[in-house]
Design a protein around this ligand. Structure first.
Ligand SMILES: C[S@@+](CC[C@H](N)C(=O)[O-])C[C@H]1O[C@@H](n2cnc3c(N)ncnc32)[C@H](O)[C@@H]1O
Length: 261
């Protein structure tokens, strides 16, 4: 783009768009980096790289490289409290003594499932994710009784219709997956087909992503069509105090699938 700096007005106008240009340029560089990285175990991957993704294939590549360092370099270092918070909210909504079947949507390395297994001890927890490498880490996670956290783990792209265990789960839960560069409202509606009639969704959606990408209208449409109950929203911190990302918020959205749809 050619800048014309002939008049004070032209300078002021073009200076005003420079931050947007710079941010688009940075996003482009991050996306390029994500698409071309080849090393396993790249500990320099960060949240900005994840937010810059655009396609399911971008996600597959980034998380293939992030899987082995995600827990220590991302979750622990950034005080990522979202999985524990959503698991606690979920446990407050169900009978924690019954043997519920739960699907962890975008389970990644299994942090949400691990927290859930401590709170709803008799639950059968399955996980689904696009990344085989993240799923591999999840498969190593153990419950307090030393049994695996997860029952079945499915590798699937959730932007496509679900082909496994349709209408099976009592609960679907998700943290960190409905966010910038990852999944949008269409995938949320898609995932509903995994729930049995009356099954409950407990999904965390990044607050900025929620407003920018039409989650409100998608949920309103699903409610108007009597597919789901009116959603209840709870705003939570994604990272704990002391994290560089403290202040980033998510909206935990809970509703159930109306029987008979
Ligand atoms: C930020 S991680 C969150 C993982 C885990 N829930 C947590 O809280 O630690 C986002 C996850 O979404 C998965 N993901 C991204 N796009 C996906 C897609 N199209 N289908 C299924 N999973 C996807 C990624 O592979 C990654 O494991």
């Amino acid at each position: 783009m050619e800048l014309s700096l002939t008049t004070p007005e032209a300078i002021a106008t073009q200076a005003a768009i420079l931050p947007d240009l710079l941010s688009a340029y940075r996003k482009h560089i991050r996306l390029y980096r994500g698409r071309t990285m080849r090393d396993d175990n790249d500990s320099s991957i960060n949240l900005e790289d994840a937010y810059a993704l655009e396609t399911p294939e971008d996600n597959r590549i980034l998380y293939r490289n992030w899987a082995s360092t995600y827990d220590a370099d991302f979750a622990l270092r950034n005080k990522y409290v979202y999985p524990k918070t959503i698991a606690t909210i979920c446990a407050g909504l169900v009978d924690t003594t019954s043997s519920l079947t739960i699907l962890d949507v975008g389970c990644g390395t299994g942090i949400v499932g691990t927290c859930l297994s401590e709170l709803i001890t008799e639950s059968v927890i399955d996980g689904v994710d696009i990344s085989a490498e993240m799923l591999h880490v999840a498969s190593t996670k153990l419950r307090i009784n030393n049994k695996p956290v997860y029952g079945q783990l499915f590798e699937a792209d959730l932007t496509k219709p679900i082909s496994f265990n349709k209408a099976k789960y009592d609960v679907a839960i998700s943290a960190g997956t409905f966010t910038h560069g990852h999944l949008g409202p269409d995938a949320l509606i898609n995932v509903l087909s995994a729930l049995r009639p009356g099954g409950r969704m407990v999904v965390g959606i990044n607050k900025e992503h929620f407003s920018a990408n039409g989650f409100g209208s998608a949920l309103q449409k699903a409610t108007d069509n009597q597919l789901v109950s009116a959603p209840v929203f709870t705003e939570v911190q994604i990272y704990d105090e002391g994290s560089p990302h403290y202040g980033d918020l998510a909206i935990i959205t809970t509703f159930y699938v109306i029987p008979g749809c």
